[in-house]
Write a protein that binds this ligand. Sequence first.
Ligand code: GDP
Length: 297
Amino acid sequence: MAFEGLGERLQATMDRVKSKGKVTESDVKVMMREVRLALLEADVNFKVVKQFINQVRARALGSDVMQSLTPGQQVIKIVKEELTELMGGENQKINLAQKPPTVIMMVGLQGAGKTTTAGKLALHLRKNFNKKPMLVAGDIYRPAAIDQLETVGKQIDVPVFNLGDKVKPQEIATKALTHAKEEHLDTVIIDTAGRLHIDEDLMNELKDIKEISQPDEIMLVVDSMTGQDAVNVAESFNDLLDISGVTLTKLDGDTRGGAALSIRSVTEKPIKFIGVSEKMDGLESFHPDRMAQRILG
Ligand code: GDP
């Protein structure tokens, strides 16, 4: 699971100050150096690390902390609060339309986990919000992607809107919305094409689909195992599409956790979900406070 190394290192650092009856400025300095190294080793973006350290240091050196009866524990509390803030503070829920249908547009690079996450989200919304979802096969460039979405749909018993690979994705989106209204399906989840790299054609197509479908949620799916690349991808997609949320997949295989700690701060967009297995129920709402707690043990 994520944050193995970071968790261990931070916990060791925190253990050293935990029971201190007096914390000096040089204790804080040493501690901040260790936290900084631990974060950099976890592949957290260096600008994010710098800002984080400055914030924690300023608060830790405040007289209310230094003169308190349990300064060690106060410092630990500050680190936890700042980690929570770094990951976005409160849990952010998926945007649902006041008036159906809710339209969710899935975007991301090929292999990030878009198709899988589309299915997971459909299941999540049906289970927890009693929604009637429909999946839309909008990745026409990879025939395997359409088949894969069909398989996912069957697995969770959710209808798939599929016009094959000869119709343009823009038209597929238009027709999918009409179909959903006719069939009284209140949630439309559009799987879009991914590429190995961000290119202009892909982005123009995504912009068109956004324009046509007016999504309530543009969910960027990124692979946490790609670390800072995931952060760069998030930045690019956000610049071009103004995304509304991020799902960070494969956290079960990511031992460092750098993307989880950097994405919010770099893009100012919330991580709403995390993928924790290949299975359809392997999706969890992202709670920054719980994650911070997990990191600090
Ligand atoms: P797409 O190209 O973006 O649509 O990516 P896919 O949905 O096809 O996913 C690519 C691979 O990643 C597949 O083998 C998925 O089973 C796997 N995958 C997706 N999400 C997760 C996750 O959260 N954890 C794990 N372990 N595997 C995942």
